[in-house]
Design a protein around this ligand. Structure first.
Ligand code: DON
Length: 578
């Protein structure tokens, strides 16, 4: 509770973010919604130049590594869900892997206690990065443009620099004490130790050089040669485990999506090693038997039903979800309608059930660290892309000489049976550390299809809250009839089985609703802030409507939706914000 209160205090003191455009953006010619105005602009320009949604998504991925460094990355991992106009649906898993030298108990001391900070703030926290292999594999298979075309915008942004807005300048300043441990991080995020000011130009020459090696050599520009040497040297200097062998062996994986249906719509989402798609479909299946539309948005009855579905799904997560290459995840069973009926048979519309008491973890409130982008082109191609370094700025460690931040994704493994990770999530054998294994994720990039065509592209950051945020956006559209801007902006809540409590954004439940929920037995309601940059989730989403494609950046943060206008011109060769 102490952590939570400290978190709330920090949050209340956080400087306000730039006032980004909040209105929904319309376009008939393609749309990109992401957390970074520069990255969204890059994606829209790629579409305007004739690229498809895949080209745009890859370009956005590289741009985010430059302009949204807390989560966009070269040194982390992500998941991409792709729907092509010809009906192909596929996912690319470029999740980080445990280094070959990793061991199950590597974060435990002699008393078998988890050593604080080892899996989040040390060289041992770093998983083998997957983003570069994933983005290039996706481009090669489904893109139409050259590697240089989609990497050049990122190189330009790193080399020429961007003029820092309040959002980024404030983030860097807040993190300076974390970066101070690492000279290479200080060199990128400060001016010899002094904070950058709003309006100053921020250049990243080492990162530009790394991007140029990737442009020239493809995956070998990252996993071999100078970049690999710099990364391995960083590991050796700091006691990390990643070797040249880890890097040359790393490959992203094409996986069949998790599929489900909800009231006649098709749901396509990320399979394990994400828990997101499985839990999303599971919860939708449980809720399908109820008349959510009739019980209406925000009522105690609707909230109660959703919390009970969430409680059951997250309990399954701790037991059954992990890397499918190492653990037989029962995906078909967990996502079947029969299973949901059985699992929800004891649902009592008037009474809360109790989560088993097996040790509660706190969910510290961090600023957004993962990031989600939604892209749709005019031809019916759509991409949902979520990428992360895990916590904000990952391990806070820039690879010396190579200019990119390293992840601390190893914390997403279960360091010990039933010991909560940073997000309070519990896990057991399915998600134990093994060499070469991918750590379980909650990232839920999702596409909702109507009659085989993309209707909604969505997803979010937020650790354990990602899955319930995605669920809420989908229910808001499909059951409550909201447009995408309202669906994304509406207040959110979250339950994850353990700890047994409902997190709710400030003023998210009315006093009457709170009283009704309490009378059903939902006695542990914890309010979290809802204002700029600090609410639950950041669900930048895109939706197809009869009037065109609508993009909505989540008003909780400073993201932006940018639509393609046919008249769009890049005559000056610059993004407007440069
Ligand atoms: O993969 C996961 O589930 C986590 N590493 C995501 C972390 C995250 O969303 C942080 N953002 N707020």
């Amino acid at each position: 509770m102490k952590t939570l209160l400290a978190g709330l205090l920090i949050l209340c003191l956080a400087p306000p973010l730039d006032a980004a455009t909040r209105a929904a953006e319309f376009s008939g010619d393609g749309m990109v919604a992401s957390r970074s105005k520069w990255a969204s602009q890059v994606g829209a320009e790629i579409l305007a130049d004739g690229g498809n949604a895949v080209d745009a998504a890859v370009a956005v991925g590289f741009a985010l590594a430059v302009t949204y460094p807390s989560a966009g990355n070269l040194g982390g991992g992500g998941f991409m869900v792709i729907h092509l106009a010809d009906g192909t649906v596929i996912t690319n898993d470029h999740r980080e892997k445990a280094p070959l030298a990793a061991t199950r108990d590597m974060y435990l001391d002699e008393q078998r206690q988890v050593v604080e900070g080892l899996s989040t703030a040390s060289h041992l926290a770093v998983g083998v990065p997957g983003t570069v292999d994933g983005l290039l594999a996706v481009l090669e298979r489904y893109g139409t443009m050259d590697r240089a075309d989609v990497i050049n915008p990122a190189i330009r942004l790193a080399e020429k620099g961007i003029v820092l807005d309040r959002d980024l300048a404030a983030q860097f300043e807040r993190r300076l004490k974390d970066f101070a441990k690492y000279p290479a991080s200080m060199a990128v995020f400060s001016k010899s130790g002094a904070p950058y000011a709003v309006g100053e130009r921020w250049r990243q020459p080492d990162l530009a050089a790394t991007l140029k090696r990737i442009r020239k050599h493809g995956r070998a520009g990252f996993y071999d040669g100078r970049t690999a040497d710099l990364l391995v040297a960083e590991m050796q200097a700091g006691g990390g485990l990643i070797t040249h062998e880890d890097l040359t062996q790393y490959r992203s994986v094409w996986r069949e999506p998790v599929r489900g249906t909800y009231r006649g719509y098709d749901i396509v989402s990320m399979p394990p090693p994400s828990s997101g798609g499985v839990l999303l479909v599971q919860m939708l299946n449980m809720l399908e038997g109820l008349d959510i539309k009739a019980s209406e948005f925000g009522s105690a009855a609707t909230i109660h039903a959703m919390v009970e579905a969430e409680r059951r799904a997250y309990a399954d997560r701790a037991e059954y979800l992990g890397d499918p290459d190492f653990f037989p995840v029962p995906v078909a069973r967990l996502t079947s309608k029969d299973y949901a009926r059985m699992r929800f048979a004891d649902f009592d519309p008037d009474k809360a059930s109790l989560s088993e008491d097996i040790g509660a973890g706190e969910i510290p409130l961090e600023s957004p660290d993962t990031t989600h982008a939604s892209i749709m082109d005019a031809d019916g191609n759509a991409v949902a892309y979520t990428t992360t370094l895990n916590l904000s700025y990952g391990a806070k460690m820039v690879t010396t000489g190579a200019g990119f931040l390293l992840n601390n994704e190893m914390d997403d493994f279960s360091a010990k049976e039933n010991a909560p990770n940073f997000y309070g999530l519990l896990g057991r054998a399915a998600n134990a550390i093994e060499p070469g294994k991918r750590m379980l994720s909650s990232m839920t990039p999702t596409i909702v299809l109507q009659d085989g065509k993309p209707l909604l592209v969505t997803g979010s950051p937020g650790g354990s809250t990602i899955i319930t945020t995605t669920l809420q956006v989908i229910l808001n559209v499909l059951d409550h009839g909201m447009d995408v801007a309202d669906a994304v902006a509406s207040p959110r809540f979250h339950h994850q089985w353990q700890p047994d409590r409902i997190l709710v954004e400030a003023r998210g439940f009315s006093p009457d609703t709170r009283r009704l929920l309490q009378s059903m037995g939902h006695t542990n309601l914890v309010e979290v802030p809802s204002f700029l940059g600090r609410g639950i989730g950041d669900a930048n989403s895109v939706m197809s409507t009869k009037d065109g494609i609508v993009g909505a950046a989540d008003p909780r943060s400073a993201g932006r939706a940018v639509g393609v206008s046919p008249a769009q011109s890049r005559a000056d060769g610059k993004s407007p914000a440069e």
